[in-house]
Structure formats: C-alpha cells, structure tokens
Design a protein around this ligand. Structure first.
Ligand SMILES: Nc1ncnc2c1ncn2[C@@H]1O[C@H](COP(=O)(O)OP(=O)(O)OP(=O)(O)O)[C@@H](O)[C@H]1O
Ligand SMILES: [Mg+2]
Length: 289
C-alpha cells in the first residue's frame, strides 16, 4: 500500500487542492481503493467530501458528521458517539473511514480540537508517541486489506502532525507556488525528508516524488523563480517536469454545489482536466512504476 503525502509548511500553496486531485485521479481513473486522510486541524480536505459540523465544545473548529454506519440503538455502538476522525489514533480508539460521493474513495476526516491537541504536545516522550501513531494505524491489517493507496493532506506546519506523516509516508510531494515565501518552505521540507531518510531502514525508504509547481502563471516572477530552482545544483533535480497552472476551475470545483464536482468528470478536452491528468499520471507513474 502506497502512502502519498503533500507537505509544505507554508500555507496556501495547494496541499489540499493537490491531495484532492491526486485522490480523485487514483480512485476514478486508476480504480484504486483510496483512503484520504485529513491531518490538518483546519479540516479543509474533510470539508470537500463530508458535511463537517461546528464543534459545540470549541466553536472555532470542525468535527466530523455522524457516521452513516452508526446505529444509536445497536448495543455494539453504545460506547461510540457516532463520529470518527483520524485523530482517534491518539486516543486509542478505532478510526472508521467515511464513504464519499466518489466511488473507491473514503476519507478519515480531521477533528480540529483533537488534532490541535496532538500538534501542541511538547514533552519528548509524548511527541515520540504522536510520531508513531499514524504509521501504526496505516500498518494495521484492516487498513492494509481495505485500501490500495492512501493520500494524506497536511497542515502548514513542521510540528508533530507533519512529522508523523513524514514517518508514515512512502512518498512525499512538495507543492509550491513559485514565489519567495512558499519556496522557502521547500527547503524546510527537504531537510525533514533528509533527516527521515537517514533514520529509516533501507528496506522502506521515503521517496521524494518532487517539488510540484502550483498556481503557475506565465509571469516574469513565476518563470524566473521556477528557472532558478531548476538551475539550483542541490535541488534542481527534484523539480517535477509537470505543473499545475493557476486556473479558476481548480478552486471552483471546491464549492459543494459545483457540477461536476470533480475535474475528472469534465469533458475530455477540457484544459484543466487535461492538465490534471498529465500531472497526476506523471506522479502515479513515479510511484507505481
Ligand atoms: N492551481 C490552482 N489554480 C487556482 N486556484 C488554486 C490552485 N491551487 C489551489 N488553489 C486555490 O488556492 C487556495 C489555497 O489552496 P489550498 O487550500 O489547496 O492550499 P493549502 O496549501 O492546502 O493551504 P493550507 O496551508 O491553508 O492548508 C484555495 O482557495 C484553492 O482553491
Ligand atoms: Mg490545506
């Protein structure tokens, strides 16, 4: 089972958008049983597929809706409140992924408060525990039997949640806008990748798929920054030869009333669909070849 994570500690570079496109490409086009994981307390990825609810205990955050399999009169469900997020891994409870409107695509949603609690741990023995939970969930026989591939969206941070994802992933992609601030985030992520690579057993390396330019515009700024990355002796080799352009439809399909709801349901020759196919199939080839 391949575990693909989109990481960059800079905000708004397209981690969630790329996670969504990749997950829909794998489930719809490749027919792979895909599990999405939302490891960001903002819960943007979850909100794409589920009607997330405001947490009555912490109104600035979101919680997952009641799970469709929850039956309040079933005695087996008597010690379950009916909601299940990926953050249950930190509380020793089972995670029950939700089906979505996309065939072959399930999601283990976020839970703002619970993920923030895990993100804020500082005592080293607790941090160590947080780091290991995601990998042990993904290595469980249930998850391994149910899914072919996992796509993880991460928070704009280098905290315990992101480290936990780096430890669990088989592949990482670093999306970035070709502007000064987001490009700085690339260096931090490469550093995490190298640290993790050194501490891993040789038999399960963490593969860096590469740096994925996103929201690319044919402006002098974007072209110059892309070129200087490509020419950089240390990191040029990691810049992918494909990119996502700045296209309003990539944002428009996020609306719950969008029709179609997936770029992959647009007509064949649609320019955004063609681009999404090109980028996602390139990444998939790198992972599954
Ligand atoms: N290629 C694109 N073209 C146009 N809009 C885009 C593109 N990629 C992302 N966006 C839009 O830019 C905004 C930020 O993207 P997104 O939420 O994917 O970034 P993020 O890295 O996940 O942010 P955060 O760090 O806050 O989690 C969103 O409104 C999204 O719809
Ligand atoms: Mg996001």
């Amino acid at each position: 089972m391949e575990i693909i994570a989109f990481v960059n500690n800079k905000g708004g570079v397209g981690k969630t958008t790329c996670s969504k496109l990749m997950a829909e490409y794998l489930s719809k086009t490749r027919k792979l049983r895909t599990l999405c994981i939302d490891f960001d307390p903002q819960c943007n990825f979850s909100h794409q597929y589920l009607h997330m609810e405001i947490d009555p205990a912490a109104p600035e955050g979101l919680i997952p809706p009641i799970h469709p399999d929850f039956d309040p009169i079933d005695p087996d469900d008597s010690d379950w409140d009916g909601r299940s997020s990926i953050a249950e891994i930190f509380y020793g409870q089972g995670v029950v992924p939700y089906p979505t409107y996309v065939e072959n695509l399930d999601i283990a949603p976020g839970h703002a408060e619970k993920l923030l609690t895990a993100e804020s741990v500082r005592r080293s023995e607790v941090v160590e525990k947080v780091h290991k939970q995601l990998a042990s969930f993904l290595n469980s026989s249930d998850v391994q039997a149910a899914y072919d591939v996992v796509v993880i969206d991460t928070a704009p941070s280098k905290g315990p949640l992101t480290i936990s994802v780096i430890k669990a992933a088989t592949h990482i992609v670093i999306p970035s806008v070709m502007e000064e601030q987001p490009v700085q985030g690339i260096y931090g992520m490469l550093q995490l990748w190298m640290q993790e690579s050194l501490s891993r057993e040789k038999s399960r390396p963490l593969q860096l798929v590469g740096i994925l330019p996103n929201m690319f515009k044919q402006t002098r700024l974007h072209k110059d920054i892309l070129q200087s990355l490509q020419n950089n002796l240390a990191i040029g080799k990691y810049v992918l030869p494909v990119k996502f352009s700045q296209r309003i439809v990539f944002a428009e399909v996020d609306a719950a009333d969008s029709n179609p709801r997936s770029i992959f349901d647009f007509q064949e020759q649609h320019v955004a669909k063609t681009e999404a196919m090109e980028v996602c199939s390139y990444i998939a080839e790198r992972i599954f070849a």
